[in-house]
Design a protein around this ligand. Sequence first.
Ligand code: ADP
Length: 487
Amino acid sequence: MKSNHQTLLRDRAYVGGEWVASLSGETFEVRNPATGELVGTVPHMSAEDVEHAITSAQRAFDEWSERTATERAGPLRKWARLIVDHADELAAILTSEQGKPLSDAKNEVIFAASFVEWFAEEARRTYGDTIPAARRNMSFTTVKEPIGVTAGITPWNLPSAMVTRKAAPALAAGCTMVLKPAEHTPLSALALCALAERAGIPPGVLNVVTADRSAAEAIGRTLTSSEAVGKLSFTGSTSVGKILSAQCAATMKRVSLELGGNSPFIVFADADLDVAVSSALFAKFRNAGQTCIAPNRFLVEASVHDEFVARMLKAMESLKLGDGTEAGVTLGPVISEEALRKIERHVENALELGASLLAGGKRAQRKGNFFEPTLMSGITESMAMSCEETFGPVLALATFSDERELIARANATRMGLASYLFSRDASRIYRVSRALHAGIVGINTGMIATEVAPFGGYKESGVGREGAREGIDEFMETKFLCQAFSA
Ligand code: ADP
């Protein structure tokens, strides 16, 4: 491990304010997807370790929830500041376990801090209502109360931002949390905990348990079956989200689920093609295509298809593939060999069914999980890459020629997270953006994630919203105080 990020690198989990090994003493390795090198070793915890973490979170709840919002905001604001101050160290840890280019990792760390700062402020605005009473001599008011102990399960594609997007609103609301980060990227979550500890977030308020994939199901079951846990916030695949949601039903736990996408990226002939191309480059190739809001189906109006392809090929020349720590690299590895195989399968399937390969299309000739930036055209609905997220650096183009047909095709999926629309016609923008079945519509932009606006999906892309005013509401109950008084 390089010395520049040793201070925040942890080899223990964080439970009840202590840095702990697993009860079994077992550990697992974290490896760099660009090089295969060992980055760190962390505890491989089991259901029993998780029970301890839940107990710690329960013990911490009363004191934390009884604080005023301002009293909770103090350490949260400090945490946000520390994250920003340590952005370089955190980015180095993130890149070493996840692979994304250092500059992207740093952007993610700043994004992670933005959630902490936002929710520290938002805590003070969790207003209830005074409702005109429906009966005489009565007062009707509502108050917002924290749900209690909550659970978070996060993915590897944004190892820092997904942690704070859950932990910050939970803590700001007055909840405590037990969080399990993805097995590929536990080090970023633990580094964030080290800063939470320094910021004065009390023991037990935020607990991070780590485990390899083999224990993910058992840990999920422990969190979802516990009567002490009032809420689960999960980001990951739709298949796991459905399992967890079903498990939560038994105790009627509240759930927030941020799941997969199959986002359309629509380019009308009247669009500014340069804006569409630069947005496509950003939205598709950032994080090597591994974001749930990455456009998966590019639908380009037939009359500008060839021009779009020509400009896209030119823009893709700017992509530099390599180890995220190398200067100038913009395209890192994908997370695993399994991820590489899925991308290969999608490309092969599309070629077999008649698609054309315009660039890339194969693993890069180097060590690590690298896939060449790829451009394909002639994509049809029956191809695997139209039906499932490819989660890799593959830009797959199809054409359309009629707006109604386009809308039907864009919506012909059980997913509904993001969508992107490029046009200069104000009426068309309004019509199409309202007709798309998705939680987010990027209009003439590929940058749609921000702490100040709600993020979440329609249909099987999830339940609930993260960020924004809605994000803290997800961790609170509304209590109605129905009071009679003597006249
Ligand atoms: P991916 O396939 O991208 O890794 P997953 O949905 O499988 O996405 O993983 C997201 C998170 O869910 C990770 O932290 C992972 O360990 C966890 N996870 C995976 N399977 C389960 C499960 N059956 N129960 C609980 N958590 C799980």
